[in-house]
Design a protein around this ligand. Structure first.
Ligand SMILES: Nc1nc2c(ncn2[C@@H]2O[C@H](COP(=O)(O)OP(=O)(O)OP(=O)(O)O)[C@@H](O)[C@H]2O)c(=O)[nH]1
Ligand SMILES: [Mg+2]
Length: 229
């Protein structure tokens, strides 16, 4: 395990991921990471029980509040527990431990305060629907905010303690991903995109949120935020 002398905390939001959360946590533990926070967001399945029995920090929202709200809960908890670095990671098994070192290094070495995973900097077969949705978001970010990123909605990030304290997440649901990026730009936090791979599996595709309706909702909220600020 790289950087075992650092206080690295994983923040893993989970909604109805009883089938995969156990494997995700076990893999991280096997690799030597002990500070793992799972936020069960009012799941209807056994997500909470699966997290709890693995002797990690299992938090729970009584009702479903969204991924943004869950990240906020998890990041606050990590900071309270003395985290030096926070990794946000998906609970559906789409992120790979093999990409961790590349994500952590620039932040641990203090080159930047945030790394953002990008699936478009590496040759990955991103399904067409997802590609359209993600590229659409990249376009909106560029057009409205002048932000030049290659991947708009990637849940794999590393934040320094300082950056985690600076980034304010107000959006409860999926639009938090754009909000985090806007916060990074607004507060001039040093960041870097890092090529990572996303695993597209039958499991992830079945329950993905990448519908056109969802995308339109996110675009609408981004525009409203732009207008109201
Ligand atoms: N806490 C919380 N987590 C959620 C919620 N919705 C999704 N998640 C988690 O956030 C992660 C990413 O969500 P996905 O729906 O897989 O989104 P994605 O990976 O960007 O898109 P796909 O390519 O469709 O998988 C997963 O680990 C989910 O369990 C929610 O309402 N609350
Ligand atoms: Mg997913």
């Amino acid at each position: 395990m790289k950087y075992s002398n650092k206080k690295i905390f994983f923040v893993i939001p989970a909604y109805n991921e009883g089938k995969s959360i156990g494997r995700v946590v076990d893999e991280l533990k096997k690799a030597g990471y002990k500070n793992i926070i799972v936020i069960d967001d009012g799941s209807k399945d056994n997500t909470y029980a699966e997290a709890k029995k693995r002797k990690i920090i299992a938090l729970r929202h009584i009702i479903n509040r969204g991924q943004g709200a869950s990240l906020r809960t998890g990041i606050d908890c990590a900071l309270k527990n003395g985290a030096e670095f926070i990794v946000t990671f998906d609970s559906d098994g789409q992120h790979r431990i093999e990409d961790l070192e590349a994500m952590l290094s620039p932040v641990v070495k203090k080159e930047v305060d945030v790394t953002l995973g990008s699936r478009f900097l590496k040759k990955t077969d991103v399904p067409l629907g997802r590609r359209i949705l993600l590229k659409g978001s990249v376009f909106v970010q560029r057009f409205f905010y002048g932000i030049k990123l290659t991947d708009a909605h990637n849940g794999f990030r590393v934040l320094s303690r300082k950056a985690a304290g600076q980034i304010q997440i107000d959006s409860d649901r999926m639009e938090h991903a754009s909000e985090i990026v806007e916060e990074i730009m607004k507060k001039k936090i040093k960041y870097k995109e890092v090529p990572i791979e996303i695993r597209y599996t039958g499991y992830s595709m079945k329950k993905g949120h990448g519908s056109l309706k969802g995308a339109l909702k996110i675009f609408f909220k981004m525009i409203m935020r732009k207008i109201s600020h």
